[in-house]
Write a protein that binds this ligand. Structure first.
Ligand code: AMP
Length: 281
């Protein structure tokens, strides 16, 4: 595996691959890798000729009071995982490589970025769309792989790719969970043992919702209230939001019918975790 630190070198490498008729797969991440990230790598390896993974903790997607500084980082461990997974190149740029002094250009995907997580994290998806567009331009992938764990993110990236006629296919990969149900996340590293147990409330509440819908519940307000009561039974949990929305527009649904995205964000102590489930009612 080659580790590339500069935009110019990454562009050069990708250009050489393209000249060689190699199809490029790309997995953008913020590092502190886990099996969720590695499932995206596997999918990329399956579908393309060369796989690039980026690790970049993107300051533009963190709010002023969020965890940018303390976001977990471990390059040695990440490199070992990626090497073991057969990744061809790790793109690991410094902050000034992506946002040099004087940087002023941002991408806004209107109407999708201010719902769900965007409500409690203003500017978050503007930062995400901006960095992903830059990374797409640098790497020039044929396919890019994103996890359903961040359902709103992948929807926004797909919209951006369509709206801007980008020559990249955005592929959504399934959400990977721990055996006990907890969605894998780099932020799970923040959880102490009691919090780790409390965090099971997220997936448990979604399993409850799936059962309720399966048993005939069609009222989104009752479904959301039921999810909230599962979450609120956990003393360490504080609900940020729970919503049942249309998976394409992210607007709240009036009725549970067809495909419905049930998404939530919950603070476990100081740590904000997200989870979601796609119901097919
Ligand atoms: P992050 O490093 O958290 O920015 O995530 C990088 C990519 O990995 C994003 O496309 C995420 O959706 C994906 N990802 C993170 N956690 C999971 C998970 N538990 N299952 C599937 N994909 C995930």
């Amino acid at each position: 595996m080659i580790t590339v630190r500069t935009v110019a070198d990454m562009k050069r490498l990708a250009r050489a691959w393209r000249a060689d008729k190699k199809r490029i797969g790309f997995v953008p991440t913020m590092g502190y890798l886990h099996k969720g990230h590695l499932s995206l790598v596997r999918e990329s390896k399956k579908r393309t000729d060369v796989t690039v993974v980026s690790i970049f903790v993107n300051p533009a997607q963190f709010g002023p009071n969020e965890d940018f500084k303390k976001y977990p980082r471990d390059l040695a461990q990440d490199s070992a995982y990626l090497e073991g997974a057969g990744v061809d190149a790790l793109f690991y740029p410094g902050t000034a490589e992506i946002y040099p002094p004087g940087y002023r250009t941002y991408v806004e995907v209107e109407g999708l970025g201010d719902r769900l997580c965007g409500k409690s994290r203003p500017g978050h998806f503007r930062g995400v769309a901006t960095v992903v567009l830059k990374l797409f331009d640098i790497v020039g992938p044929d396919q890019a792989f994103f996890g359903a764990k961040d359902a709103q993110q992948v929807l926004i990236i797909k919209r951006m790719a369509g709206d801007l006629d980008l020559d990249v296919e955005v592929v959504t990969c399934p959400l990977v969970r721990e055996p006990d149900g907890l969605a894998l996340s780099s932020r799970n590293a923040y959880l102490g043992p009691e919090e780790r147990k409390a965090a099971l409330a997220l997936s448990a509440s979604l399993r409850w919702a799936e059962k309720a819908a399966g048993a005939g519940e069609r009222d989104p307000a009752r479904l959301v209230a039921g999810i909230r009561s599962v979450l609120e039974a956990e003393p360490l949990a504080r609900v940020d939001y729970v919503e049942a929305v249309d998976p394409e527009t992210l607007e709240p649904v009036a009725e549970l019918r067809g495909g419905v995205l049930v998404a939530l964000a919950v603070f476990i102590g100081p740590t904000r975790l997200i989870d979601n489930i796609r119901l097919n009612v």
